[in-house]
Design a protein around this ligand. Structure first.
Ligand code: ANZ
Ligand code: ZN
Length: 822
């Protein structure tokens, strides 16, 4: 055992940790509990460098909290439903579970080698029937509360994957995974009514300020998109030929500009447009709608594209002025935002101005912003200003006129204050196989009938494989007739199962709750346990989940709270987004050929060196460029630290009081500072401090009081405990060499002796005319006057000055004195 040999350590310790159940929380209330969670992995192949980074960071927090004496829950599981498994199954004529569970086993082995401090007994997989049973159970509770419903709606459709896509899976109008151009299709789909929670999802973010990264909060806020304004109703003039007069409501953030409305626009693709259009304009509209179908929302709203539209033949009557406004159908108004219809105020809205110019519609300024005429310049005036051409609103400022206009509308009964959200309901249906089946049965007589709780889980059929799963425009489940055809639970008649499966984001919206009692059979989680652990104290994961996963998990938490099952209203108290691992400044990719294989790195440098390198590379939020780091440097450092443990000769338990005072002070300062640094997630700086302590300890052994000095033991023990957060194998081996039983993971964070935090002395540099002439050992608390006097009295200084007069003395206590001769 005389040399540092990571392979030997990696072969030895996992079994010991397993035996001692070092990472299984006591869960008995004897210690304060804390919950650390890494975003659970998707089982695509083996672990990669990105996993290695993320899990190294989460493990630092977990191990740190354990050293502080908390009962730590740090679990792991797999987000194991999803499309890649299905595609792999089609390719290999297999069942998706085969690929999925094989990958999970591979990853689990790698995680064990990587020594993340998780409680393996809590491992879960979202594709396990014992798990998705409760996903279905929760879906039913949402359904009962009116929070899961079906509606017909145009959905993004990928013609290649033959599946519906969520908005966020459409990137610049193409399918996120296959790149095909996404089209629209009308389908009857399941939705979660997340919009009911928009206000709370927004307000509750105030409490996360400073605890979640600012940019994540900003992205969520923007996604929810709260807009204050008004609903205003316009009477639509009846066309002489048909249809009675009716009203249409618009959402506007600028009710103050109502006098400036010169036309009216409905979303061309909305049913509204079809409904409004008069006979002679119907064909033009129908042609136009075909064009619009091919466009993404982003393209439709782009300011670069020339404005297009079709006149509907109708007029809307301005409720304040009685003026008749032509109603147009255009693509720049979206069907699913606000009411799908707008009053257009070209003088003060750029999109409306562009449209007005394209179709020769009038422009009327109603807010005088002192700048030039929008019609002439082509630039809408959007800022503050004074109302003009606006009847009773004249003379008011924009911010006064908004509430004044609302008041007038409310009195007239044609409008009211309204808060609109950008957030849409969550489309959760997927026409795919490898997901949680929706526990609903469709009966010709009874309609939607939920599968009774005692018949859950609705299991996926096991006989479908390979080609059976390939996309056909409906869910592959529809082809499993023995599975689909069932008796209605209500009337017993012939009925059919719903053949859609759930978006995998549903699975990951509550997994953190399942971890508190993963074997619980009476519900999704043990109600006795859940409040002991929730909320998660530290959540760690990639910023790619800044919006959806986190928003959905927050939504589920709030609904489950409202069901009376959970005290917490937010799932994650603190969030850390680790950076990416790059190579040569670029994300690793097959096409660039710059991939780095994690397994090869572990074989070459050892787990600890790779982990330490990840952490030491920079702040956890920053990207790690693998081309810039030195795992071999980390390995050398670890060997140095490890050797200290081998060299210490004093007995365990030796009091340190008689040891080297300078080393003792450094040890205690290191521990003290490490604590503050770790709290602030400055893991890389913590490592630098440990390196400093290792070097100082080595110096005392080699050229100072020697390996038997009690201060050397004290320092080495501190190194072992601190290092256990980053390099668990090395630390465990050191701890053993120091004569302690396993495991260093529970050794406890070293106590700090406050009296040792003051440095015994510090070296002050004395310069004459900028050249260093002497070094003085002084108290760190020395005053400027005392230091000046000492410096001027120095024999070396006197000699250099050689009787010359002094012009100035610059003193920076306690570190520097510069004497400038005349
Ligand atoms: C009249 C007006 C005058 C407007 C003005 C703006 C400036 P945010 O802030 O994003 O909520 N709007 C409403 N529904 C729309 C839809 N479905 N598609 C496209 N645009 C829509 O934006 C609200 C404003 O966006 C609304 O206020 C409306 O135009 C437009 F000087 O009404 B406004
Ligand atoms: Zn029935």
């Amino acid at each position: 055992e005389g040399v540092y040999n990571f392979a030997r350590m990696e072969a030895k310790w996992p079994a010991v940790w397993d035996d001692l159940k070092v990472f299984t929380p006591l869960d008995d209330g004897s210690k304060e509990r804390r919950y650390v969670l890494d975003m659970f992995p998707y089982p695509s192949g083996d672990l990669h460098m990105g996993h290695a980074e993320a899990f190294a960071m989460g493990d630092v927090v977990s191990r740190y909290w354990r050293q502080l004496g908390y009962d730590v829950l740090h679990p792991i599981g797999w987000d194991s439903f999803g499309l890649p498994a299905e595609n792999a199954a089609i390719k290999r004529n297999a069942h998706p579970s085969e690929w999925t569970y094989a990958n999970i086993d591979t990853q689990a082995e790698s995680f064990k080698r990587y020594a993340i401090s998780v409680d393996w007994s809590r491992r879960l997989q979202t594709s396990d029937p014992e798990y998705y049973r409760w996903t279905q159970w929760l879906f039913k509770r949402f359904y009962e509360r009116g929070l899961a419903y079906r509606k017909d709606s145009p959905v993004n459709w990928c013609p290649q994957d033959q599946t519906v896509l969520a908005n966020e899976q459409v990137v610049n109008g193409t399918c996120e995974r296959c790149g095909a151009i996404v089209t629209k299709k009308s389908l009857n789909q399941w939705y979660f009514k997340i919009t009911d929670y928009a206000d709370r999802l927004l307000e509750d973010m105030d409490a996360l300020k400073g605890l979640w990264p600012d940019r994540v909060l900003a992205m969520q806020r923007n996604w929810i998109g709260r807009s204050e304004g008004a609903h205003v109703s316009f009477v639509i003039e009846a066309a002489s030929d048909e249809k009675p007069q009716r009203e249409l409501t618009v959402f506007t953030t600028r009710p103050d500009t109502l006098y400036g409305a010169t036309f009216f626009v409905v979303a061309a693709d909305s049913p509204l447009a079809l409904d409004l259009v008069t006979g002679e304009n119907a064909e033009a509209l129908s042609d136009y709608r075909e064009q619009v179908k091919a466009l993404s929302d982003i393209e439709r709203q782009s300011t670069e594209r020339p404005k297009t539209g079709v006149f509907t033949g109708r007029f809307a009557i301005n409720p304040l002025t009685g003026e008749k406004l032509p109603v147009w159908a255009a693509d720049y108004v979206l069907a699913d935002y606000g009411t799908g219809a707008i009053m257009a105020v070209p003088a003060h809205d750029q999109r409306d101005l562009d449209f007005a110019k394209a179709f020769g519609l009038p422009v009327r300024s109603v807010v005088d912003a002192g700048s030039s005429d929008p019609e002439a310049t082509g630039i809408a005036t959007v800022g503050e200003g004074t109302l003009i051409n606006s009847g009773e609103l004249n003379g008011l400022s924009k911010s006064e006129a908004i509430p004044a206009a609302i008041e007038i509308l409310e009195k007239l009964g044609t409008g009211e204050k309204f808060v609109n959200f950008r957030l849409r309901d969550w489309l959760l249906s997927r026409q795919r196989f490898w997901g949680t089946p929706i526990p609903i049965i469709h009966c010709p007589d009874c309609g939607e009938v939920p599968v009774p709780d005692d018949q859950l889980p609705v299991r996926l059929p096991e006989n479908l494989r390979g080609e059976d799963l390939s996309p056909k425009g409906t869910s592959p489940l529809a082809a499993a007739s023995d599975w689909v055809n069932v008796d209605c639970p209500k009337c017993g008649g012939a009925a059919k199962r719903d053949t859609d499966t759930m978006d995998t984001f549903v699975d990951s919206s509550w997994y953190f709750l399942r971890f508190v009692s993963p074997q619980f059979t009476e519900g999704p989680f043990d109600p006795e346990k859940v409040n002991d652990w929730m909320p998660v104290g530290q959540y760690v994961g990639g910023v790619e989940h800044a919006i959806l996963h986190l928003l959905y998990a927050r939504f589920f938490t709030k609904v489950i709270h409202d069901m009376g099952m959970l005290e917490a209203t937010e799932p994650f108290s603190r969030l850390l987004n680790q950076g990416q691992v790059l190579n040569g400044g670029k994300a690793m990719s097959k096409s660039l050929g710059n991939g780095v294989d994690l397994g090869a790195q572990l074989d070459r440098f050892g787990v600890d060196a790779v982990r330490l390198t990840m952490v030491f590379a920079g702040p956890p939020e920053d990207d790690v460029d693998w081309a810039d780091v030195s795992p071999s440097g980390s390995a050398k450092f670890l060997a140095r630290a490890w050797r200290l443990g081998q060299d210490v000769t004093s007995e365990p338990g030796t009091a340190a009081t008689s040891g080297d005072r300078v080393l003792r002070s450094l040890t205690h300062r290191c521990v003290h500072e490490a604590k503050a640094l770790l709290e602030g997630h400055k893991f890389n700086v913590t490592v630098a401090k440990i390196m400093e302590l290792v070097n100082a300890t080595r110096k005392v052994i080699d050229t100072g009081a020697g390996a038997g000095d009690p201060a050397v033991r004290e320092a080495t023990e501190a190194v072992a405990v601190l290092l256990s957060l980053f390099a668990p194998y090395t630390a465990e081996d050191m701890w053993q060499a120091l004569g302690h039983p396993a495991s260093v993971a529970n050794a406890g964070f070293p106590a700090v002796d406050e009296s040792l935090l003051v440095q015994a002395s510090i070296t002050a540099i004395v310069q004459v005319a900028g050249k260093v002439r002497d070094r003085l050992e002084v108290s760190p608390n020395i005053t400027e006057d005392q230091l000046r006097e000492l410096a001027l009295g120095s024999a070396a200084v006197q000699k250099v000055l050689d009787g010359r007069e002094i012009r100035t003395v610059v003193v920076r206590a306690p570190k520097l004195v510069n004497i400038v001769p005349a």
